[in-house]
Design a protein around this ligand. Sequence first.
Ligand SMILES: Cc1cc2nc3c(=O)[nH]c(=O)nc-3n(C[C@H](O)[C@H](O)[C@H](O)COP(=O)(O)OP(=O)(O)OC[C@H]3O[C@@H](n4cnc5c(N)ncnc54)[C@H](O)[C@@H]3O)c2cc1C
Length: 426
Amino acid sequence: MKRDIVIIGGGIIGLMSAYFLQKAGRKVTLIDENDITNSTSFGNAGLLSAFDKAPLSHPGVVGETIKMMMKGESPVKLHPKFDYQLIKWLLSFVKNANEERLKKTLILFEKYGQDTIDLYKQLQKEEGLDFDFHHTGMLSVFTEQDTYDKKLKQYNYEDSKRFEVLTKSRLEEYLPCASSDVKGAILFKKNAHLDPQRVMLEMKRYLMENGVEFILNEKIEDISFSDDKVISVSSKSATYEANTFIMATGYQTLLAKRRKKQLLMTPAKGYSITFEMPEELRPKTSCLFNDLFIVMTPRRGDVRLTSKLELGSSNPAIVKAQIDSIKENFKKYTKPFEMKNIKEWSGFRPLTPNDRPLFGKDEEYDNLVYAMGLGWLGMTFAPSIAKTLENLIVNDLKNEEDDDVLLFSGFYQGESPKKHLFCLIN
Ligand SMILES: Cc1cc2nc3c(=O)[nH]c(=O)nc-3n(C[C@H](O)[C@H](O)[C@H](O)COP(=O)(O)OP(=O)(O)OC[C@H]3O[C@@H](n4cnc5c(N)ncnc54)[C@H](O)[C@@H]3O)c2cc1C
């Protein structure tokens, strides 16, 4: 039996792609090696933070990381091993951390971040879904005087729709658990947050009820090609033929390797700690502890901390020392309170070296579509990218015919599409 569209991977980008394609009248099958209850898309912080937040590869990032390492507060851990791909990734990351790219990236973040916020709102309104979504801004909290001063210089103008530098009493109101060691905070009002687990489960339920076929606990291990098409994908026990295939496998690159391509992205492990805390100390909105790379997100009934960026490992084990380090760093700047009913989690960001996701059609097999490399901002951009992919597939466009692919996909670096068509390293 030949299917219409087969999506491999039911993380946020897989589910969002399924939604827009199904809405456009296509028959969608979604295959996942698990049961879609605990991927990276479940345990993350749930920030929709495309505004007023620097990309990961920004000028000064290396110096900042070294400074944090010296203070014992660095979120970054590099597992020492000789890995040619990782070295290439690191070199590209450093090369990309420049002013020119920063400016471009910030503009693109705002464009696709706003599209995403609008789409989440639309989905909730039109489909009656509940994402625990709050458009209440993101508080950027500073624990170092010099970074706070630097930020204040950058925001030395009035724009009350965009940001508010909080006074001491406003800080107490927004983040009542902050200790007196916090130097200051700026509320960036355009950002939002949601509960990623709720988004995933709501989307899965909606898609199941609306005719999307789910094939769960089925790992796709191989792809068959003709001269210019993908014919089928297969697991150990079954083969699936389709008109179009979408590769949405998160940090896992097994299938890209079967296509004999290596995507320039690396798994970057992170952790979350979800717990209950005293009501009177809960933050009013999501908070990014800027100098610690710790995010605190209030949710219905609990609060979630996320942090850490480990490169060079794909071991999903929850390492106690990393959890303890997040708690210790967090406690240095907050009033004492007891975390109750703690749930610990780890997951992998599919991280590209320039904060650009990898999406678009394969240059040789045009019924193979990539939806990869969403990095540390997958919740922030997935709906917008999925909508672009729907347009590409439904209107049978080439990458070059879609401005959004050309502008935002990491497969294009602003040069000739032919030259850079798929910034994949052979
Ligand atoms: C600690 C942490 C905090 C984060 N915080 C935020 C945040 O605040 N805001 C934000 O925007 N982003 C955040 N992110 C990033 C975000 O979580 C990711 O970008 C996003 O979840 C990636 O989604 P995905 O669909 O690409 O991958 P995944 O969620 O990993 O989904 C991929 C799916 O593919 C399946 N799969 C893989 N290989 C196969 C195969 N061969 N066959 C079948 N199925 C397969 C997997 O089982 C999985 O279900 C955070 C990430 C981490 C780790």
